[in-house]
Design a protein around this ligand. Structure first.
Ligand SMILES: [Zn+2]
Length: 314
């Protein structure tokens, strides 16, 4: 039985040892001046979202050549394989790596080449979702165009970045084009923003919701009565890409015990278990399994098996 990860950011999952090695090659001082690279990136006690996001500037600085992208993609897939995963959906905002010598197409080809090598070596199947960054209106449009141009090389389209004040509907035209091109859509919603952002993601063609955990606010937990958006998610069987540790680290919930995943499963949602940013959250698939088990969820591995049927990989 295949086990699948649906939500994991390529720039959030570098191995600390690789980050250090790549930093040495380009004399990237922020990393060279630190005693412990893991601690440098670890944002588990992050006081603000800005502090959490700042860590990505340092991984992206190391993702500026085709060779580095290929290696990072290969190692991400290998790490997933070592955690028992055989289908891996990775996502990345491609223009972060575009520079004078690296075209958008080359960024995608390099990542896919790393995935292909990992498939040959470990049998794990991987695919790339392109992320538009929603706080940059032009970027979303550019990524959507790129997705359409390269649709045979990618598995889906997403928007990432700050949710608040950047509703999916702002990018309605891009989502329409993406849908017309037959590209799969997942949208980050219901994490930084509330239930209305999930509703808005659905009306823009989302086949899955990135996080989506705040749908819990659309349910009367005493009576079990569901609101309209909850009903729509359940009726259409739209999966939620849940990332427990990440939600704690971005201060959505105080502790793991406060996380609604078990309630969401009990309420009938299609729940997948994911890692989001393994480096910044100092996590991996096995750790997320253990956390889910500690919350009293029976047969956690089945969530990973179920994710296979939600996957954009063919
Ligand atoms: Zn994410």
């Amino acid at each position: 039985m295949n086990k699948t990860i649906l939500h994991d950011h390529l720039d959030g999952g570098l191995r600390p040892s690789t980050a250090l090695e790549l930093a040495k090659q380009i004399h990237y001082t922020p990393l060279l001046e630190t005693d412990d690279v893991s601690t440098f990136f670890d944002r588990s006690d992050s006081s603000s979202l800005d502090h959490y996001l700042e860590a990505f500037t340092h991984t992206i600085a190391l993702m500026q050549t085709g060779a580095n992208l290929e290696r990072i993609a290969y190692e991400a897939a290998e790490d997933m394989h070592n955690n028992g995963i055989n289908m891996y959906e990775s996502r990345y905002a491609p223009f972060y790596s575009v520079n004078e010598t690296l075209s958008p197409a080359k960024v995608i080809d390099s990542i896919n080449s790393g995935f292909k090598k990992a498939e040959n070596d470990f049998g794990i199947k991987s695919g790339l979702i392109l992320c538009g960054m929603r706080h940059d209106f032009d970027n979303v449009g550019q990524v959507a165009e790129l997705a359409i141009e390269t649709k045979d090389k990618i598995i889906g389209f997403d928007i990432a970045g700050p949710e608040l004040n950047f509703m999916p509907s702002l990018f309605e035209t891009s989502f329409m084009k993406i849908k017309e091109a037959g590209i799969n859509i997942t949208i980050h919603a219901g994490e930084g923003d509330g239930v209305h952002s999930i509703k808005d993601a659905l009306s823009n063609g989302a086949q899955r919701i990135g996080h989506g955990v705040r749908i819990i606010e659309d349910i009367n937990l005493e009576t079990g009565e569901l609101g309209d958006t909850s009903k729509e998610l359940i009726d259409k069987q739209i999966p939620l890409e849940v990332c427990i540790t990440s939600n704690i680290h971005t201060n959505m919930y105080k502790s793991v015990e406060d996380h609604p995943i078990k309630n969401l499963i009990d309420s009938g949602f299609n729940i997948s278990l994911n890692t989001d940013n393994r480096l910044m959250s100092n996590t991996n698939v096995n750790k997320e399994i253990q956390i889910a088990e500690s919350l009293g969820i029976a047969n956690v591995e089945q969530l990973l098996v179920n994710s296979t049927s939600y996957s954009f990989l063919d």
